[in-house]
Design a protein around this ligand. Structure first.
Ligand SMILES: Cc1cc2nc3c(=O)[nH]c(=O)nc-3n(C[C@H](O)[C@H](O)[C@H](O)COP(=O)(O)O)c2cc1C
Length: 417
């Protein structure tokens, strides 16, 4: 979603690799090679473009020049180096391998064991994926966003999204809607279930949500009273702590997150999550950490920072830069539940295999048969991202007919790698 891949035909058009100029020794580990690549990209890039972040294409080109590597291999390494580089840039003086931060945070009476939380990602953060992230260190998971009307009309699919197991606790259920009365009734209904926190979505930018006055539409100046009424209605209809997730504002001309956070606090919210982008930005541009810092200054309840965190060290950097109490990681967790570990994603399929197999086991236990195959193939493919030969393994997974077959493919490839 973030990086545009270079289509294979373009890779072939790039300059020929310099022959016999490899600076990489066969005995070097992938990590050592990546370190060298990252250093070279940084050097090349700083000289050429005055320190702008190297893109994957620049990185691949640098590799072709310096290492005499084939284009696809260079591209894969460049992709990984790009990721490493982003983490290094986030905290230039810190070592890449961060140490675990054992800081507890409390949301109302709920105590979270550490400040790294999994963001809600509709269509992705189903129960098996959330459980895998919990096992890798995420202190809190959130349901996919749930329509208050879907709940009140008793829709089967909506209720399926409320499924949890004791090992997931504490967990949060996120509601969206535009009418205080319906949101209050939905809150009462959910509160009869095993749920620890109720979250209100006031940040979703998707047209079908915004058109109905929900999600980030509630940040428009004209809708602020409605937003406050919704929070009060939810707070008055539950005994669980209520949190609100919102954006920086509607657009650049109306950044209102600090005032919005104050309003949430006075309406009874126990914590707020700020995704530091405006509605107008959707998912483009960069999250502005200054807005997170301003929100932190504005309220005394816990503030959870969100937007563009790529790795554990980057999460630590956001807390340090902004003073926020915890961080929420979304897209970087897809295919990478290890993002909740200071050591990050393993570099080999064998290293990743136990977690991938665990995901498959949990998916088999918890997903209904309708969704099982699509979700498994989607997640399993993402777990392979950045590995040599990932495309071929993905093809085999997509062509598999059963869970057992997918497992067999993965185990075989891990042994061969
Ligand atoms: C596919 C997708 C689905 C999302 N679904 C939700 C959702 O259901 N509720 C919500 O509050 N935010 C949702 N978001 C926003 C994320 O929770 C998060 O705020 C955003 O992606 C920025 O964080 P990141 O850069 O770590 O991904 C979604 C984002 C994506 C990309």
């Amino acid at each position: 979603m973030r990086d545009k891949e270079i289509p294979p035909h373009q890779e072939q058009q790039q300059e020929e690799p310099a022959k016999n100029s490899s600076c990489f020794k066969k005995t070097e580990s992938h990590g050592q090679v990546m370190d060298k690549v990252a250093a070279r990209i940084q050097k090349k890039h700083t000289a050429e473009r005055h320190g702008r972040q190297p893109g994957r294409k620049t990185a691949a080109l640098a590799l072709l020049h310096v290492a005499g590597q084939s284009a696809p291999r260079a591209f894969l390494w460049a992709k990984r180096a790009d990721r490493l580089q982003c983490c290094r840039t986030a905290i230039p003086s810190a070592p890449l391998l961060a140490t675990r931060l054992n800081k507890m945070i409390t949301i109302g009476p709920i105590v979270l064991s550490n400040p790294f939380l999994l963001a809600p990602l509709a269509g992705y953060t189903d129960l098996p994926f959330r459980l895998v992230c919990r096992e890798q260190g995420a202190a809190l998971t959130v349901s996919e966003m749930i329509s208050c009307h879907g709940l009140l009309y008793g829709q089967k699919q909506t209720f399926a999204m409320l499924k949890t197991v004791p090992e997931e606790r504490p967990w949060s259920v996120q509601l969206f809607g535009s009418e205080p009365e319906s949101m209050g009734r939905a809150a009462a209904l959910v509160s009869a279930m095993p749920v620890d926190i109720l979250d209100i979505n006031m940040g979703c930018p998707v047209p079908k949500v915004v058109k109905k006055g929900s999600g980030s539409a509630l940040m428009k100046a004209a809708n602020l009273q409605q937003a406050e009424a919704i929070i009060r209605a939810v707070v008055n209809n539950t005994d669980r702590p209520v949190t609100v997730k919102f954006r920086s504002g509607w657009n650049d001309a109306s950044i209102c997150a600090p005032d919005f956070a104050r309003m949430c606090e006075s309406a009874g919210a126990a914590a707020v999550t700020i995704h530091a982008r405006t509605w107008a930005q959707q998912f483009g541009g960069k999250a502005d950490r200054r807005v997170i810092a301003a929100v932190k200054q504005a309220v005394s309840i816990p503030v959870i920072g969100n937007g563009d965190i790529l790795c554990y060290a980057d999460g630590l950097a956001m807390m340090k830069e902004t003073g926020c109490d915890a961080v929420m990681i979304g897209r970087a967790a897809l295919g990478n539940p290890w993002v909740f570990q200071p050591s990050g994603i393993p570099e080999t399929l064998a290293g990743r295999l136990p977690v991938i197999l665990r995901y498959l086991e949990l998916a088999d236990q918890h997903l209904d048969t309708e969704r099982l195959h699509f979700r498994i193939k989607n997640h399993a493919s993402r777990f392979l991202s950045g590995l040599p030969g990932a495309a071929a393994i993905r093809q085999e997974i997509i062509g598999s007919d059963s869970l057992a077959e997918i497992e067999k493919v993965l185990k075989k490839k891990a042994m061969l790698a």
